[in-house]
Ligand binder design. Structure first.
Ligand code: GRF
Length: 204
């Protein structure tokens, strides 16, 4: 990364944080143009928070439960502004963002989805449900997609995709693991770098 200011990245999480870990491990390697300045979790018990702490990255919890969408997004926006975040990476983030929120971050929010969109995506397709549906359908190939986030769940412009073979004896769990290892953890750092670099070039 030539002497351009790095793009400030906030990573939004809700669970185990394996995709966050892939981003952390990519720092200084695939991820050259962006700096992870904040991790925001919607749950105080998310293991992703332990990963952030171990990596020395500031983290906050903005609980989703017990709040209206507006109250939740106000808390989110306050945390993001305080950190000076310029782009968001949704990494196992399990809450919906309103059109009002996403419209303020045009082509600045990216999400990892564990299928080859437009297959097995949209309302109700998250986590293991995605792989259960792929196995039920009998697809021979699945994979992961990184896309920009807009008001349509999993509906934004596709950035990167990577195919993964479905094996005859796969369970939803073995398939999920392979899609994470072979696709998600490879694509998300690449897509974060592409987006961070594009924003850095726009700024300079
Ligand atoms: C994964 O299935 C990922 O594809 C989806 O959320 C799940 C958990 O991800 N986005 P992580 O381990 O919390 O990153």
């Amino acid at each position: 990364m030539l002497n351009m200011e790095k793009t400030k990245i906030a990573v939004l999480v809700s669970g185990g944080g394996t995709n966050l870990q892939a981003l952390i491990d990519a720092r200084g390697k695939v991820l050259q143009s962006g700096e992870i300045v904040l991790v925001v979790s919607t749950r105080s018990d998310a293991y992703a928070l332990q990963r952030a702490a171990a990596a020395g990255i500031p983290a906050v919890t903005v609980e989703r439960k017990g709040k209206t969408q507006q109250e939740f997004e106000r808390g989110l926006t306050e945390a993001l502004s305080a950190a000076g975040a310029e782009m968001l990476v949704l990494a196992g983030f399990m809450s919906i963002l309103s059109a009002d929120f996403t419209s303020r971050w045009p082509e600045r929010i990216i999400n990892i989805h564990p299928s080859l969109i437009p297959s097995f995506c949209g309302k109700g397709f998250y986590g293991l449900h995605v792989h259960e549906a792929a196995l039920a359908y009998g697809v021979k190939v699945t994979g992961a997609t990184v896309h920009y986030v807009n008001e349509v769940p999993d509906g934004g412009k596709i950035i990167l995709q990577k195919a993964v073979e479905v094996l005859p004896d796969d369970t939803p769990e073995t398939l999920q693991r392979r899609v994470m290892e072979q696709a998600e953890w490879v694509l998300l750092p690449r897509a974060a770098e592409m987006t961070a670099r594009a924003l850095a070039e726009k700024r300079n």
